[in-house]
Design a protein around this ligand. Structure first.
Ligand code: SAH
Length: 268
């Protein structure tokens, strides 16, 4: 039986027959590529949506690596039990500290990067965290299930808790994919057009301006004239003003933070 706990690597490094010289086709970044290591009871949920579009292509190209550890393989006894009822009573099941510890020790192999437990109690995930993760060598994400995990394993390994938002999911896998998506698209070369991550929402503290594309008139609504003017200075000014207006209206908290930051910058 080959149920020795192991890391499963996702992403296919496909070799295609085409005219591109071999050295240009070879995934250049596999060595030292950014690594996402995910501990989960449902490895089959990965790569999931991360296997599509830009993140999927980047995975195939070896711009990042996705490894899953199947928590079940670290389970206790013949049935590979991973959970038990909560101490002190109450509904549901809790993932066992000893089982999680074995998975975390395995995941720590050659992993000099943050270890995060996905949890509604955690610090709220945001663009700054995505950027920070993307600038390191990788991240290990522990996906909980049921009522969550035994507290002692979090304390023992000093694991940071990070939340996707103020709601409760049934498991950490969707949160992991959301956070990895936000992080991977910031890796160099993943998005064709680097400039697009600098202009979009949150990057400069403002939400993004409205976007339009053809047809020029749709249902009697025309694309704003300034965007059709070809005047780059005017367009940039209009977009800035729109971004400020939208942020002020839709996210007063972000707007205030933006003003504070600008005020400080002026004082310096
Ligand atoms: N009883 C827990 C919730 C458990 S939900 C509580 O009240 O805090 C089961 C698992 O889903 C959690 O262990 C966690 O890994 C994941 N999860 C649920 N909501 C999440 C969120 N908002 N962000 C990140 N992970 C979440």
């Amino acid at each position: 039986m080959t149920d020795e706990p192991k890391l499963k690597s996702h992403g296919r490094l496909t070799i295609q027959a085409n005219a591109v010289p071999r050295d240009l086709m070879e995934p250049r970044h596999v060595k030292g590529a950014w690594v996402a290591r995910v501990i989960t009871l449902f490895p089959e949920a990965f790569p999931g949506v991360l296997g599509l579009s830009l993140t999927g292509r980047a995975l195939d190209q070896g711009l990042w690596r996705l490894e899953t550890l199947d928590l079940r393989t670290f389970g206790e006894g013949k049935h590979r039990n991973v959970d038990d009822s909560p101490a002190g009573g109450g509904a549901g099941m809790v993932l066992r500290a000893d089982v999680l510890d074995r998975a975390l020790v395995k995941a720590a192999e050659a992993a000099d990067w943050p270890v995060v437990y996905l949890s509604p109690r955690g610090r709220r995930f945001d663009q700054a965290m995505a950027r920070q993760w993307s600038q390191g060598p990788g991240v290990t994400l522990l996906c909980g299930r049921f009522e969550g995990v035994d507290q002692r394993v979090l304390d023992h390994h000093r694991i940071e808790e990070v939340s996707l938002g103020d709601f409760v999911l049934t498991g950490g896998e969707i949160a992991a994919q959301a956070m990895l998506d936000a992080t991977v698209r910031l890796l160099p070369e993943v998005l064709g057009n680097q400039a697009s991550t600098e202009e979009e929402s949150f990057s400069d503290g403002l939400l993004e301006f409205p976007q339009f594309t053809r047809p020029v008139v749709w249902e009697g609504r025309e694309i704003p004239a300034v965007l059709q003017s070809g005047h780059h200075g005017e367009i940039a000014k209009w977009r800035r003003a729109q971004a400020e207006e939208i942020t002020k209206e839709q996210r007063p908290d972000l707007w205030q933070a933006y003003l504070d930051k600008r005020g400080q910058a002026k004082k310096r």
